[in-house]
Structures are given as structure tokens and as C-alpha cells.
Design a binder for this molecule. Sequence first.
Ligand SMILES: Nc1ncnc2c1ncn2[C@@H]1O[C@H](COP(=O)(O)OP(=O)(O)OP(=O)(O)O)[C@@H](O)[C@H]1O
Ligand SMILES: [Mg+2]
Length: 239
Amino acid sequence: MALEIENLTKRFGKFPAVNNVSLTVEQGEFMALLGPSGSGKTTLLRSIGGLDLPEEGTLRFDGQDITHQPARERRVGFVFQAYALFRHMTVARNIAFGLDVKPWSSRPSRREIRARVDALLARMQLDGLGDRYPSQLSGGQRQRVALARALAIEPRILLLDEPFGALDAKVRKDLRQWLRALHDETKLTTIMVTHDQDEALALADRVAVMNRGKIEQVGTPADLRSTPATPFVKDFLAS
Ligand SMILES: Nc1ncnc2c1ncn2[C@@H]1O[C@H](COP(=O)(O)OP(=O)(O)OP(=O)(O)O)[C@@H](O)[C@H]1O
Ligand SMILES: [Mg+2]
């Protein structure tokens, strides 16, 4: 299994935003974190990526304890809701960013970086857009650039926080299918935060339903629909 989260607690002051959460994500799995606003989805995702430091619990990746490992050493690809691109950099520079900032000793050559950026532009169906600036792209194209940037560092895990949140319904649905196809092709272990149950149920292999800092149920979309474990899950899926 790729990721093991054991009894994780992250507090802000006395308030436990993530409260004693345990969850296992398999290698190559697409997991959704689903829950209402304030339920702790983003905090859990940030804790996995090393952007928030939990007070209690253990994180393991491929059996290795990464609880205290700095974010930049975790080889995590992050995509946030919106405005995550650098406005003053071209699309190509945005995608290359995570490679450009690597220390000299581990940085690929300029030629390699360029080849990797070109390959990602093609894969993301952004051919020919490398020299544009983010302001010259559509919302859906911008999110694909953000995804390309996250993938450029060849992450061990991809963390997505409401990646399509700012987009209209049609674009959102297209990107959803497109993301699933990309995942099937790359088999990259992926965790996506959403408060949109249709999105979670349509995309993910398994869904973890969160409420007030805890996971109420983890299961396949079919499990959740047929046998909701708690009244909260039942109500949330029915709403
Ligand atoms: N930096 C912070 N300082 C204090 N409280 C915080 C901080 N970040 C989050 N919280 C609180 O922790 C709780 C969980 O927040 P979180 O952002 O994880 O929720 P979420 O499930 O991602 O919600 P949303 O769907 O609105 O993005 C909320 O009550 C929030 O107010
Ligand atoms: Mg959030």
C-alpha cells in the first residue's frame, strides 16, 4: 500500500480540524475526500503533503515514516482550486518550475527539462500554448497547466484540492473524465478533495466521507450508495 495514515490529529489552537483520522490508500488508487465545508478535507490533504504539521499520529509512504519529513522531500504533486499559477511566467516556465528550483545536483539538464515540458504539454492537450501567459488561457486550460506542473516533478502521489472548483459545470465534467483517463494511464496514487458528491462518486475508486474532522466511512461508490454507515453519510449522499 502506498500511504498509511494512522491516528492523525491536527489542531488549530484547541480545535481539532483533523481528529484522530486513520486511512490507507493503495498504490495506484484514486481516493476522494468528500465532505461539507469545514469538515477538515483540506487540512488532511495539507498534512499528507507536509504543508500542515499534525500534532499526533503517523504518516507512512511505501512503509517509510514521513511524518516529520519536510514537504519538499516528499515528492508530492499539488493542485489547488485556483490562482495557483505564476502569472508572470509563461505556461512552459510554470510547468518547469518544480524542476527549475531543484538544487543543482539533482536538477535535470535544460534539455531534459524542455523535453519533459513538451511531453507534458502534449499529454495535457496544451500543444503550442507553452509561450502564453496564464491570463491568456481558459479556466480549464489553466487547471491542466497546474496539473502538468504537479506532474513535472514525477511525484509519488498526486494531491488535488477542489481542482475544478472554479470552473463551470460543462468544463468541470469534461475535465473530470479527462482526469480519470489520465489516472488510468499513469496509475499515479491520487487523493482528491471535493465537496461535490457526484464528482467523488464518478471519479474515485474509493471515497472517504468526512464530517467534523473525522472519517465517517470509507468505501467504493457502490458501497456508499447501497450501505451508508451512518445517518450523516446517508443524508449527505441524499442531499
Ligand atoms: N490556518 C487555520 N487556522 C485556524 N483554523 C483553521 C485553519 N485552517 C483551517 N481551520 C479550521 O479547520 C476546520 C477545517 O478546515 P478545512 O479547510 O480543512 O475544511 P474543508 O473541509 O477543506 O472545507 P472547505 O470545503 O470549505 O474547503 C475549519 O473549521 C477551519 O475553520
Ligand atoms: Mg478545503
